[in-house]
Ligand binder design. Sequence first.
Ligand code: TYC
Length: 104
Amino acid sequence: MGEYNPELEEGVGSEVGEELKEPAMYKVLLLNDDYTAMDFVIEVLRFVFHKSIEDATQIMLNVHHNGVGLCGIYSYEVAETKTNTTGALARERGFPLKCIMERE
Ligand code: TYC
């Protein structure tokens, strides 16, 4: 997608040697709401984020109790794809589930 990608930004930070730095990483977070089915959240964590049933259940309950939970940390492109896929699946199923990405 041709959206804003800070990795491609020029100017400040684009100094000699920049290419030797590790690429920025992004947290993908799930937000709690009162309507999304717990089973659906577990499904998303299993199939989009490749979590085991046990880990997916733990992350879902963590979000349910604390309001937010970490799904994983990825490169910009991977984080963006997982965030968008989660949003699309939720919309398709009629759930208000919110998935966001945040620079580490
Ligand atoms: N709070 C939801 C419920 O009680 C479950 C839920 C968990 C929703 C995690 C969103 O990211 C979420 N059905």
